[in-house]
Design a protein around this ligand. Structure first.
Ligand code: HEM
Ligand code: HEM
Length: 190
């Protein structure tokens, strides 16, 4: 019970921090939509990855099996992750924002959300059909880690709300936790 309350409180606290940060730097409605959607998409992708580290505890915390928690969080994360660039495309009236750019290297990192979008969509789709289609689906699922790193780089370099304030502390904490999960699952446990 304590762990459940603590988890919900932590999520609500981070959500409030994000909302307050966005509201402190007001913009047009579309700008607010794509900034808020991007920030919450990042939070939800983080929670999806975090859930994979605490599979047995999911029932206790959310009252559901791991896969249901993972799936529900992924649905919300992916929805927000799509709202974000579509709102931006509407703002600039161009679909070219969906085209990845690989060089110069700095542009690649700044716009790294573009390839990351396709990586997450592809890996999530393969995971949904994991029983039918692909034997080695898990290997493709590991691309979620580099995708998350690309999203971190993209948001860190381009995000209005990541240029100062508390998100500059929260974002590195989240990427470090994800790095820790990867090390725990693939280096320590092996
Ligand atoms: C936003 C999308 C998603 C992200 C970011 C994500 C991320 C992850 C990560 C990082 C892991 C741990 C992998 C490892 O290192 O072993 C994992 C595990 C898993 N994911 Fe996802 N996932 C997503 C969507 C999905 C979807 C849509 C499904 C299928 C319904 C799924 C099914 C699974 C399963 C079954 C595992 C456990 C694998 C095991 O047995 O260790 N994931 N996910
Ligand atoms: C085609 C793909 C993408 C495009 C065109 C795009 C575009 C942008 C733009 C223009 C910004 C700067 C917004 C601003 O602060 O003014 C931004 C920031 C951001 N993006 Fe993306 N992005 C894409 C993919 C992604 C993905 C997949 C994520 C996943 C979560 C993501 C998360 C973020 C975050 C967290 C920020 C920081 C927002 C802020 O500081 O308010 N982006 N993106």
């Amino acid at each position: 019970m304590k762990i459940r309350i603590a988890t919900y409180l932590a999520i609500v606290a981070v959500a409030l921090i994000i909302l307050i940060t966005v509201l402190k730097e007001p913009g047009t409605t579309l700008e607010m939509v794509y900034r808020t959607a991007g920030l919450f998409a990042f939070l939800f992708l983080f929670l999806v990855i975090l859930s994979s580290e605490y599979m047995p505890q999911m029932k206790k915390i959310f009252g559901m099996k791991f896969i249901d928690v993972h799936h529900n969080l992924a649905r919300i994360g992916i929805f927000l992750m799509l709202v974000h660039p579509f709102a931006f495309a509407l703002r600039v009236q161009s679909l070219s924002v969906f085209v990845p750019k690989f060089y110069p290297l700095m542009d690649f990192f700044i716009l790294a959300g573009r390839p990351a979008l396709y990586m997450v969509l592809l890996a999530a789709t393969i995971a949904m059909y994991r029983k039918k289609m692909i034997k080695r689906w898990k290997t493709t699922h590991y691309s979620m880690y580099p995708a998350f790193l690309l999203i971190f780089t993209h948001s860190w370099l381009i995000g209005t709300d990541l240029q100062s304030g508390i998100l500059q502390i929260l974002w590195p904490i989240m990427i470090l936790i994800v790095f820790g999960i990867f090390v725990h699952k693939h280096i320590i446990k092996r």
